[in-house]
Design a binder for this molecule. Structure first.
Ligand SMILES: C[S@@+](CC[C@H](N)C(=O)[O-])C[C@H]1O[C@@H](n2cnc3c(N)ncnc32)[C@H](O)[C@@H]1O
Length: 275
């Protein structure tokens, strides 16, 4: 594992396994890492829709949520290499508690802090729950439109053309043909099965990592959640670092690795040091 920071007490290494490293820490803290290490970020931040996460408030005022978004995206920019790609899974919009163009607002903030815009992939979730709110039924007075998709906004730091890294791609021809079409259709993940309130399915990081990074690149997820990005990265022979605020979710990630990778001897709960 590469050296990523000094020994500092603001983060705690929860576990390391082969090329994966998980920190129980706060992504808002800009001092968490002191170098540009990420080749690709694949993440889904809290959506501010009132989800009952253990450790963070998911019902901020919209202004406060935008400030939160600006801070973590700025940190990710600092921690990314010059040719890094940033795959940001966010909602298109928000209909509860005021109608907001979340996707457009967060895309604008990402660009404000320095990220350059490349494209947006629409993720059409096949198994999204059925709607119940119509607004004004069969009347033009105030109909409500619900679009059951999420976005994967793709950005990059300085240059889109990737000249660094192993240059080894592992995407097949069929996958490339399919995934360069910007509407992706696959099911969401079950919260119950994973034991986390908002996991994304493995297919999401799988496509982003294979499409936008080389074997052996460093994948970063600043909101590791149940560890989906880290598990997929490990399986695809990438290095990865995750940050997760909640210690119970860190434990969940460790247990997913234990179950899915058949790992028995983690190095756990060391104070932070990757030196
Ligand atoms: C949408 S979930 C990520 C789910 C993840 N993609 C998965 O597949 O499991 C967002 C996660 O961010 C974590 N989180 C919220 N605020 C954080 C912060 N400031 N720093 C690090 N993690 C945070 C929450 O505890 C939650 O697990």
């Amino acid at each position: 594992m590469t050296k990523t920071a000094k020994s500092i007490s603001i983060r705690k290494e929860h576990f390391s396994f082969k090329n994966t490293l998980l920190f129980n820490a706060d992504t808002l803290n800009s001092g968490l890492f002191d170098e540009e290490f990420a080749d690709i970020i694949v993440t889904s931040p809290p959506y501010n829709v009132g989800i009952d996460y253990n450790s963070n408030d998911d019902e901020l005022s919209y202004e406060h949520y935008l400030e939160f978004s600006e801070q973590w995206m700025k940190n990710c920019y600092l921690w990314s290499k010059s040719q890094a790609r940033f795959c940001l899974n966010i909602p298109l919009d928000k209909n509860k508690g005021g109608h907001r163009a979340v996707g457009a607002d967060l895309t604008k903030i990402a660009q404000k802090v320095g990220w350059q815009y490349k494209t947006t992939i629409i993720w059409n979730e096949g198994n999204i729950s059925r709607r119940t709110a119509w607004g004004s039924w069969k009347s033009a007075s105030a109909p409500v439109i619900i679009t059951p998709v999420e976005l994967i906004v793709v950005l990059y730091k300085h240059e889109w053309k990737k000249t660094n890294g192993s240059k080894i791609s592992d995407i097949t021809g069929d996958e490339f043909k399919d995934w360069t079409q910007g509407v992706w259709v696959f099911n969401g993940e079950s919260k119950k099965r994973i034991g986390h309130p908002a996991p994304f399915p493995k297919e999401l990081p799988n496509r982003c990592i294979k499409m936008f990074s080389y074997v052996d690149d460093m994948v970063f997820d600043p909101f590791a959640g149940s560890g989906t990005t880290l598990l997929v990265a490990q399986g695809l022979n990438r290095k990865s670092i995750g940050v997760e605020l909640d210690s119970r979710y860190c434990e969940l990630i460790k247990n997913r690795f234990l179950k899915e990778m058949g790992v028995l001897n983690f190095e756990t709960d060391k104070n932070s040091t990757t030196d």
